[in-house]
Design a protein around this ligand. Structure first.
Ligand SMILES: CC(C)(COP(=O)(O)OP(=O)(O)OC[C@H]1O[C@@H](n2cnc3c(N)ncnc32)[C@H](O)[C@@H]1OP(=O)(O)O)[C@@H](O)C(=O)NCCC(=O)NCCS
Length: 167
């Protein structure tokens, strides 16, 4: 935390963030299940926390990859979101967010969703700025780092394809 060089590489652990939310009636549909859009909002916030912690600049969400909602989450549940930076490219970085629901009465935890988001670092005027590299420190972080490179290629191919078809 004390290194003053903004482009000095930082370990993944410095970006790791956790957010917790209790599902309230206003977050749910008429059947009392958490709205997908509310969960996507929390995923965006949890992802932005990790991106901010790593880049120490303003960030904007450039993209969110595919999200599956694996189990319904009910009013009163405790939702936990954990995020960290998987890989930095130049001005963009991929952040992974994993979501669980905790049933504190039954002492159970279930995986609800995972998502990969790309954030772009910007200055106060919205201009893009380079981000310091991230250092994976264990096998899991190394796997995510490598997978993030493959996902970036897929994203770029898909972006180019869409740009061609919407011209
Ligand atoms: C994201 C944004 C800054 C990218 O601008 P752009 O002019 O397309 O930028 P560039 O082509 O120069 O790319 C800048 C970086 O963004 C990445 N990027 C751009 N579009 C992307 C996308 N759809 N998915 C993932 N990464 C993307 C590029 O790969 C590049 O990364 P790199 O510097 O690490 O190589 C711009 O589209 C924007 O401001 N979008 C609105 C963001 C916003 O308001 N988000 C909130 C939700 S509405």
């Amino acid at each position: 935390m004390n290194n003053l060089d903004p482009l000095a590489p930082r370990p993944v652990r410095e970006s790791q963030s956790e957010m917790a939310e209790i599902v309230l009636p206003n977050d749910a549909n008429p059947l009392g299940a958490l709205l997908g859009g509310r969960l996507m909002h929390w995923i965006d916030l949890a992802g932005a926390m990790a991106a901010h912690r790593h880049a120490r600049t303003y960030v904007v969400t450039a993209s969110v990859d595919h999200i599956d909602f694996l189990v319904p989450v009910h009013v009163g549940s405790l939702v936990i979101l954990r995020s960290s930076v998987n890989r930095v490219f130049r001005t963009s970085m991929e952040v992974g967010v994993k979501v669980w629901v905790e049933n504190y009465i039954q002492d159970k935890r279930q995986h609800v969703a995972s998502a990969h988001l790309t954030f772009v670092a910007v200055d106060g005027k919205g201009g893009r700025v380079p981000v310091c590299q991230v250092i994976p420190e264990n096998e899991e972080q190394q796997r995510r780092f490598e997978d993030a490179g493959r996902r970036r290629e897929i994203r770029h191919t898909e972006l180019e394809r869409r740009q061609k078809t919407t011209r």
